[in-house]
Ligand binder design. Sequence first.
Ligand code: NAD
Length: 288
Amino acid sequence: MDGRAVAAKVRERVAEGVRALRKQGIVPRLSVVLVGDDPASAAYVRSKARASEELGMQGETIRMPGTTAESELIAVIDRLNADPSVHGILVQMPLPKQIDPDVVRRVNPSKDVDGFHPVNVGKLLIGDSGGFVPCTPAGVMVLLREYKVQTSGANCVVIGRSNIVGKPMAALMLQDNENANCTVTVCHRHTADLPSQTRRADILIVAAGRPKIVTGDMVKPGAVVIDVGTNRVNDPKAKSGTRLQGDVDFDAVREVASKLTPVPGGVGPMTIAMLMANTVRAAEMAGR
Ligand code: NAD
């Protein structure tokens, strides 16, 4: 499954939305707050700003030193919450040790384009489509829809129960609508016999952060396999000495699965595209 191609489609729709808003004098604006200088986070933030600009939106990055106190970050979030020209706010994770990650709950739910605020989490769980859904699981849903994967009645197994990927992913697959309607099993670090669970899956979604945790013998023939994992592993053949590796053993699983996402080029591009879509939606809802 080609995440780059589907993400390009999503971005086209987003660009249309931006053009319509601009006609009304509204320029969607995404403010990303980066605390510290973690190189991976800095790269993510750069690609989010670039994507915003490419689509005709404003992408602002607020950089704060790694020594920032929680109260200083809260002050910045409060300022962005109060600024009517800011439609989306994203606090890049991970945060330095001295800052409680729950600080993201300070973001106004109507600007919470990451979908991490408890109000948006609650809306997702009760099937209220008015909230924001976390970008990675939302992107997986679009991929499944674009590839016309039959979800209704399917057994879906999700590996991982994080608040960012696993739990919202399971909640989405469980929704009462024809693009979901799955029987969902969530596996995690304490799951007793992982292969016996995964072999029952018609749709297997892997977000464990463990390179090649899913091998060919763990997959039911014909299953659809979505690999969310992005692990940086050493590779002496690569120029940089490292490369990205998914949670799925791609070469082995492609022999068994009917559809499979690669890493890179699968779920990753969808995440940024969905962030852009959420930001345009925030601007549409704000109407200013
Ligand atoms: P996390 O570390 O917060 O959660 C991992 C989950 O996997 C945990 O719930 C844990 O119980 C489970 N797990 C770990 N080892 C396991 C095992 N051996 N068996 C069964 N379950 C196991 O990670 P996360 O934030 O949910 O991210 C998961 C992966 O997805 C990471 O590789 C991350 O880099 C990647 N990710 C990719 C994107 C993207 O855009 N492609 C976005 C977010 C996360």
